[in-house]
Write a protein that binds this ligand. Structure first.
Ligand SMILES: *[C@@H]1O[C@H](CO)[C@@H](O)[C@H](O)[C@H]1NC(C)=O
Ligand SMILES: *[C@@H]1O[C@H](CO)[C@@H](O)[C@H](O)[C@H]1NC(C)=O
Ligand SMILES: *[C@@H]1O[C@H](CO)[C@@H](O)[C@H](O)[C@H]1NC(C)=O
Ligand SMILES: *[C@@H]1O[C@H](CO)[C@@H](O)[C@H](O)[C@H]1NC(C)=O
Ligand SMILES: *[C@@H]1O[C@H](CO)[C@@H](O)[C@H](O)[C@H]1NC(C)=O
Length: 399
C-alpha cells in the first residue's frame, strides 16, 4: 500500500515538475504557477515579482502570463536588462494596494528593458479614490507625490496595446528616458475631478507613438514634458480632462528642448483645453519648443480649444517676475473645427522676451457655444506672436 502511494506521489511530483518544465521551456511564466491566488484580496506581489524575474532571466522571447482574475499587488519592479524580448500578457485585473505606506515611489515600474510587449485586454486598476484626498500638489508648489500607476523608464523598443488603466492615484502612465515606444488601443479613465490623474505623461524620450486611445481623466489626457523629440499622437479621443498639453516647460534648469510633435485625427469632448502649450515665467534657462503639427482636430464644447500660455501659473502665490525664456516656433494648426465653451477660442499669450515665431493657422472653424443672447461669435487673442494664417479662419485670425 505504502509503495503504491509512493509511486503515486512520485508520479504526481514528476508530472507537476514536467508540466512546469514544458510550460517554461515554451517561455510562459504564469503568475499562478508562482503562487498568485487571483482572488482579489490576498497579496500577490511576491508571485508577480517571481514570475517576472524568471521570465526576464530566461533567454529569448518569453511571456509572463496573468490569467483572468483579480490580483491585489503592491509596488512591483519589472526590471531588466533581460535576455530577449519580454511579453506581459495581462488578461486579468491588477488592483493596486490602497495602503500608501507600502509605496516608496510608483506602483509598477518597467525599467532598463529593451524589447517589451504588454497586451491581453486586462486592466491596471490604481484604486485611487481613497488616495486622491491626500494629494496636495494642486495647492502647493512642493508636495509629496502619490504613486503613479505605470512608469516606463530607460525602456526601448516596446509596444503597449489593448489594455486599460483606471483610477490611478497620480498619473496613469509616465514615460521617462525611453525610446521607440508604441502605445495602441488603450483605455484610460478616472473621474473628471480626480487630481493629477494625467493619462500619459512623457519626458526626456524620443520616437514615441500613441495611437487609438480613449482617455478621460481629471488632468491632461496626454502631457508632454521637457526633453522630448519625435512624438506622434493619432486617433485619440480625449475627455473629460485638460487636453493634450505641452508643458509646463521652463520650471527647472535641467530641462531640455521639445522638438517634433504631431497630433493628428484627434477629438476633444468637454475638456478644459484642447491643444495647449504652457510655459512658466522666469525660466532659469533658455529653452525651445518647436516643430509641432496639429491636424484634423474636432473640438466639442472645449473651454480653450487652441491656447499658448507663456504666463502659466496655477498657484495663487505666483509673483510677477521675468517673462518666459522658452522660445516657441514653427507651430502649425490645420483643420481644427467645432465648438468652444468660452468666447475666446484661440488664445496666444507669448513671451515678450522671446515672442512666438512662425505660428500658422490653416482652415480653422471654431464657434462659441453661445452666451445668453445666442451670440456664437468666437474671438482670438494674440500677444507677442508672429506667423500667418491661410484659408478660412474663424474666428478671424489675430496673427
Ligand atoms: C484585446 O485582448 C482580448 C483578450 O486577449 C482579445 O479578445 C481582443 O480581441 C483584443 N483586442 C484587440 C483590439 O486587440
Ligand atoms: C521609432 O519607433 C518605432 C516603433 O514604435 C520603430 O519601428 C522605428 O524603427 C523607430 N524609428 C527609429 C528611427 O528608431
Ligand atoms: C519619428 O516617428 C515616426 C513615427 O513613429 C517614425 O516613423 C520615425 O522613424 C521616427 N524618427 C526618428 C528619427 O525617430
Ligand atoms: C461627450 O461627453 C458627454 C458627457 O460625458 C457625453 O454624453 C457625449 O456622448 C460625448 N460626446 C461624444 C461625441 O463623445
Ligand atoms: C457677438 O459678440 C461679438 C464678440 O464679443 C461682438 O463683436 C458682436 O458684436 C456680437 N454680435 C451681436 C449681434 O451682438
Amino acid at each position: 500500500m505504502g509503495s503504491v502511494y509512493a509511486i503515486f506521489k512520485f508520479t504526481l511530483l514528476f508530472s507537476t515538475w514536467y508540466i512546469r518544465c514544458v510550460a517554461q521551456s515554451n517561455g510562459v511564466y504564469n503568475v499562478k504557477d508562482h503562487g498568485a491566488t487571483g482572488n482579489g484580496h490576498t497579496d500577490d506581489t511576491k508571485a508577480f515579482q517571481a514570475a517576472w524575474d524568471a521570465s526576464c532571466a530566461a533567454s529569448g522571447w518569453s511571456t509572463m502570463l496573468v490569467p483572468e482574475g483579480s490580483y491585489s499587488v503592491g509596488p512591483l519592479a519589472f526590471k531588466g536588462p533581460c535576455k530577449g524580448v519580454k511579453r506581459l500578457e495581462l488578461r486579468g485585473q491588477l488592483l493596486a494596494s490602497t495602503n500608501l505606506n507600502v509605496y516608496t515611489n510608483n506602483w509598477i515600474d518597467f525599467q532598463y528593458i529593451d524589447g517589451l510587449i504588454i497586451y491581453g485586454g486586462g486592466i491596471f486598476n490604481g484604486q485611487g479614490a481613497s488616495a486622491w484626498p491626500h494629494n496636495e500638489c494642486p495647492k502647493k508648489w512642493s508636495c509629496k507625490l502619490l504613486p503613479m500607476s505605470l512608469v516606463f523608464s530607460f525602456v526601448s523598443n516596446a509596444v503597449v496595446k489593448n489594455i486599460s488603466s483606471i483610477d490611478s492615484k497620480l498619473f496613469h502612465m509616465h514615460i521617462f528616458s525611453s525610446k521607440n515606444l508604441e502605445f495602441q488601443s488603450l483605455k484610460i479613465s478616472a473621474p473628471g475631478n480626480s487630481p493629477n490623474t494625467d493619462g500619459i505623461h512623457i519626458a526626456d524620450s524620443t520616437n514615441i507613438t500613441i495611437a487609438n486611445a480613449i482617455i478621460g481623466t481629471g488632468d491632461d489626457c496626454i502631457s508632454i514634458g521637457p526633453g522630448n523629440t519625435n512624438l506622434t499622437i493619432l486617433n485619440v479621443l480625449c475627455g473629460p480632462g485638460h487636453g493634450i498639453s505641452v508643458g509646463s516647460l521652463g520650471k527647472n534648469s535641467n530641462e531640455k528642448d521639445v522638438v517634433g510633435l504631431t497630433v493628428r485625427n484627434c477629438a476633444f469632448n468637454g475638456t478644459t483645453n484642447g491643444l495647449r502649450i504652457k510655459t512658466w515665467k522666469s525660466s532659469p534657462v533658455p529653452l525651445t519648443a518647436a516643430h509641432f503639427v496639429y491636424e484634423n482636430i474636432i473640438m466639442h464644447d472645449v473651454y480653450n480649444p487652441i491656447i499658448i500660455d507663456q504666463e502659466y501659473c496655477p498657484y495663487v502665490s505666483c509673483v510677477e517676475k521675468d517673462p518666459s525664456r522658452v522660445q516657441i516656433h514653427d507651430i502649425k494648426f490645420t483643420n481644427v473645427r467645432g465648438t468652444s465653451s468660452s468666447r475666446e477660442a484661440i488664445k496666444f499669450v507669448c513671451s515678450r522676451s522671446v515672442p512666438c515665431a512662425s505660428v500658422e493657422l490653416n482652415d480653422i472653424d471654431l464657434h462659441y457655444t453661445g452666451d445668453a443672447t445666442g451670440n456664437a461669435t468666437a474671438t482670438s487673442t494674440c500677444v507677442n506672436i508672429h506667423g500667418r494664417s491661410n484659408g478660412n479662419v474663424k474666428p478671424s485670425s489675430c496673427i
